[in-house]
Design a binder for this molecule. Structure first.
Ligand code: NDP
Length: 263
């Protein structure tokens, strides 16, 4: 047994380079800060330059190397270039988090536009595939790496008002399992996190708008923990999955949902 085993599992990310898409607010920001606090150099990529700069300043305060750039993950041609630009700034990517996302609430199948459908799949599924593909080819050469994809409880359950989102998030879980099998022999672990109801900008209408108070009450009654989750509670799961403590964990979807998906 090695000294490492005697010390127990390591959650240390020192010397690692992490990229978090959509890292400028909500769950992505919490993951980026969690990684920096665990010792990683962190890059964030999202569309809003002011918010990017705000989180970059927070990361700098933690004292790790950082990089922020503008990226729309639906811009396919920009994805590989973005990976290359992060690697020029910070070095080869050890940890990729496919977090960028939004929910098209334009309605169910009778109302949703083709454009809304295409955007949901481009944002959640195609970008996850293309970024994983680009990062994995560099990780493979070094024989190690972690890819973490943001799924959802709607990866499991249907959502009448969000068919494109649920379809894309369901596919993210199958993509995660499939590339986990392929990349495991190369020392790369690929996992997903399925957040439950997390208090972010994305969910603020459901939490705060009086018109949504019945829906909010129903969600809390349906969630065994009886409360909204915090973005930092997803970051804890991400730090675990990104760390050496999870080197034998691959292909899973880890719910962070206060028990919502249990029944
Ligand atoms: P927020 O809306 O708070 O943040 C979304 C982030 O993604 C922002 O940084 C945003 O930055 C970025 N983003 C959105 N679209 C794009 C795009 N096309 N290109 C690049 N960046 C983009 O969402 P959450 O933090 O709540 O959600 C994060 C992830 O977790 C998403 O994948 C979401 O589906 C998933 N999730 C969240 C749940 C929740 O309850 N909050 C539940 C289940 C899953 P910018 O606008 O500047 O580009």
């Amino acid at each position: 047994m090695t000294q490492g085993h005697l010390r127990g599992p390591s959650f240390d990310l020192s010397g690692k380079v992490a990229l978090v898409t959509g890292g400028n607010r909500g769950i992505g920001r919490a993951i980026a800060l969690g990684f920096a606090n665990a010792g990683a150099a962190v890059a964030i990529l999202a569309r809003d330059p002011d918010r990017n700069a705000g989180v970059e300043a927070e990361l700098e305060q933690i004292g790790q190397p950082t990089h922020a750039d503008i990226l729309d993950v639906t811009d396919r041609a920009a994805l590989a270039l973005a990976i290359a630009s992060v690697e020029r700034a910070l070095g080869p990517i050890d940890i990729l988090v496919n977090n960028a996302g939004n929910a098209d609430v334009s309605g169910g199948v009778l109302h949703q536009s083709q454009e809304g459908w295409d955007n949901a799949l481009a944002t959640h599924l195609t970008a996850t595939f293309l970024l994983a593909k680009a990062a994995a080819s560099s990780m493979q050469q070094r024989g190690r790496g972690k890819i973490i994809n943001l799924a959802s409880m709607y990866s499991i359950f249907g959502a009448a008002a969000l068919p494109s989102y649920a379809a894309a998030k369901g596919a993210v879980v199958q993509l995660t399992k499939s590339i986990a099998i392929e990349l495991a022999p190369h020392g790369i672990q690929v996992n997903a996190i399925a957040p439950g109801w997390i208090a972010t900008e994305k969910t603020q209408v459901a939490r705060r708008d009086p018109d949504w108070s019945d829906f909010n009450a129903m969600l809390m009654a349906r969630t065994p923990a009886g409360r909204w989750g915090e973005p930092e509670e997803c970051a804890g799961a991400a730090v675990f999955l990104a760390s050496p403590a999870a080197d034998f964990v691959t292909g899973i979807t880890l719910p962070v949902d206060g028990g919502y998906s249990v029944f």
